[in-house]
Structure formats: C-alpha cells, structure tokens
Design a binder for this molecule. Structure first.
Ligand code: PMP
Length: 364
C-alpha cells in the first residue's frame, strides 16, 4: 500500500450534483430540469460563441499562464492593479490555492454553516481545522456570533455573500461589522460568486474591502451570471501583489485553458447580455419563491440565482422523488439541515416542472 495522506483520505465528499444519464434513466424522461448547480439557464452571450468558432483561439499552443489579456480587462473594469488579480480554473481553484498558500497543518479556518463545500474541504485537505457559525433561525448570517468567532483569529475566514446555499447577502452594516471584527492577521476571503445577482440594497464587497486597509481576497466567477460554468474561469482580486503572488505560486502553471480565457474576455465585452439574463433570473426567482411559500414551505430570502427551503421531510428522499419527475435539485445531507433543499432558478419551464413535481409529492 502507498502512503495515504490522512487529511485527504478523511475528506467529506463534495456533492457535485447531477448525473444526467442517471436522471434520464430514473425518470424515463428526456427533459431534465437541471437545478442542482446554480448555472445560467440562458446559456451565455453570443459574443462567446462567436469567438469560440471564428478560429482565432490557438488551442494547439499552451495557454497564457498569466492570463494577461483577461487580467488587464478585469483590472480596468474593477479599477485595481492587474498584478493583484489571479485567474483560476473556476473560482474553486482559487479556494484551493488560498488554502495551500495561507493554511497548513494545524491552522484554522472559519466559515458559516451550512457551508459551501469547498470552504471546508480545501482547508481540511491541508490539515487545517474548520469552525462553522450556523445561520440564524430566520435563515440569515448570525453577525454577532461570526464577530465573536473571529476574535479567535482564524488564519482564513471564508465568507460567501450571497451565501451559497442559503441565499442571504450581508448588507452594508453587516459587512462593515464583520470586516471590523476580522483581525488583520486573518485573511478575509469574500466569496462573491453570485455578486452580479444582488439587489441595490447589497454593497459591492470589493469596494468596501478596498477601503478597509486589511488583507483580503475577493472571489468572483464567470460560471454563474456570465454562463460559462463548463469552461471553468474564476478569479481572485487580492489586497496586495504579495498575496496574489502566493496564490499564483499555489496554482498549476497553465491552469486556465486558451478557449476559456478568450471566452471570458468576450463575455466581459457583452455585459448587456449578462444584465438581461440576470434580470430574467431574478424575476423567476421571486416567482418561484412566492409559489414555494404558497405551498407552505419556509423559503430563505435569496440574493442569488437559487432558493434554499425547508421541505419538512428528508431531503435525500425528496430529491429522489423529484428525480423521478425529471427534476434535479441539491439536498442538504448534514443532520442539522437534513430537511433543506437548494434549487437553482432555471427557465420558466424548468421552474414550472419543479413546482408541479414538488406540489404533487408534498400532497401525496
Ligand atoms: N464559490 C461559491 C460560493 C460557489 O457557489 C461556487 C460554485 N457553486 C464556487 C465558488 C465555485 O465556482 P466556479 O469554480 O465555477 O467558479
């Protein structure tokens, strides 16, 4: 037997959601409502399809290891130094890189519960411990409890806002309080994967952190609002070049492929497409939330492209019943959240498929 790294051997499994072939086999249907991964049901900008088909991407060469063009485009847009941006193979790679770069055996990470799987898995993988502050009874951040937990000085604080899976996002006062409570020896990682979906009441976390004079990383992605989940591009905006260099050192050299880099630049060039898709998704989200509420379910308020609700029954069993109706959702399996399910917002037809299936199951 080889040596098995005990931290890796003991990792909880990341629930990657959909197995399309299994969904088709179980349901006997061809139309599967894929509501498990918070993708953009409208696809992506036609500008992306154009650049992928016009022959301009030299994919037989190694991709640019520094993603120069994409970083420069983002830097201009975000008004930051391009040297403070690191592009990842999805923002998930930047969660892994941050854990490798800023944690080690015996180090500590703090996040919230229910957590985004990788905010726990990546720290555990390098032998760090993870403390999680549970949501409040009304499905929100427990800001006083988070502030209290921060006083112990975790090496990294992973804060998702909007919060996957719950949906809540911190308002200005809440985020200000949390930033204030984070010791300067802790690296503040604000995961804004769903940033583009938030309402006007929610502040731009990067703008607030820029003013805070403290070490931070803000994570964003092309997987959600920009609709490029399968191409795998996300990025980290760091408070210093030194932090960015640490992330770069911890990633693999050619981590973002050439097609993905070109697609991300094209997507940024058509922001109007993204805005339009986001506004359609938000209208659908509010419609689905109201319909779930009308079924008597408790639904968390969402600033993202997904809804988290208490089904009142075992979520794994509910997910299988929904699968039989051709609907794939993400059940929460931890004991404390065992009746909770997260459903992404799909097209109107997919959402109707979810609502009809749920209503039939809950009435049976
Ligand atoms: N952070 C959060 C909060 C997420 O929900 C996700 C995707 N589910 C990610 C990071 C990773 O996304 P990606 O790697 O596709 O950028």
């Amino acid at each position: 037997e080889p040596y098995y790294n005990p931290h890796v051997a003991a990792l909880p499994k990341y629930n990657a959601g959909l197995n399309l072939a299994a969904a088709k086999a179980v349901s006997g249907l061809d139309q599967i409502a894929r509501l498990a991964s918070n993708e953009n049901p409208h696809g992506c900008s036609p500008a992306v399809s154009r650049v992928l088909s016009d022959g301009s991407v030299e994919f037989w060469r190694y991709s640019d290891p520094n993603c120069e063009l994409l970083r420069a485009t983002l830097a201009a847009r975000l008004e930051v130094d391009a040297n403070e941006i690191v592009i990842g193979n999805g923002s998930e790679e930047m969660i892994a890189a941050a854990s490798r770069a800023f944690l080690t055996e015996g180090a500590s990470a703090l996040t919230v519960a229910p957590c985004f799987g990788l905010h726990e898995i990546e720290p555990l993988a390098v032998g760090a411990s993870v403390v999680k502050v549970p949501m409040t009874a009304d499905f929100d951040f427990d800001v006083p409890a988070i502030a209290a937990a921060l006083s112990s000085g975790p090496n990294i604080f992973f804060l998702p806002s909007p919060w996957n899976p719950v949906g809540a996002a911190l308002d200005h006062a809440g985020l200000a309080r949390v930033i204030e409570a984070t010791p300067k020896t802790s690296l503040f990682v604000l995961d804004e994967a769903y940033h583009e979906f938030v309402s006007d009441a929610i502040p731009d976390g990067l703008a607030m952190l820029k003013k805070a004079q403290r070490p931070y990383i803000v994570l964003r992605t092309f997987s959600k609002a920009f609709g490029l989940a399968g191409l795998r591009v996300g990025y980290a905006v760091c408070s210093s070049i030194k932090i960015a260099k640490m992330l770069s050192a911890a990633k693999t050299p050619f981590n973002v492929n050439a097609v993905a880099q070109a697609a991300a630049v094209a997507a940024l060039g058509d922001e109007a497409w993204m805005r339009e898709a986001v506004s359609r998704i938000r209208v659908e989200r509010d419609r689905v939330a109201a319909a779930l509420g009308a079924m008597g379910l408790r639904v968390a308020r969402s600033e993202g492209n997904f809804l988290f609700f208490d089904s009142g029954r075992d979520s794994a069993e509910l997910a299988i019943d929904l699968l039989r109706a051709g609907v794939v959702v993400k059940p929460w399996l931890e004991p404390s959240y065992r009746t909770f399910v997260r459903a992404s917002i799909g097209t109107a037809a997919e959402n109707d498929q979810l609502l009809a299936a749920l209503s039939a199951i809950l009435q049976a």
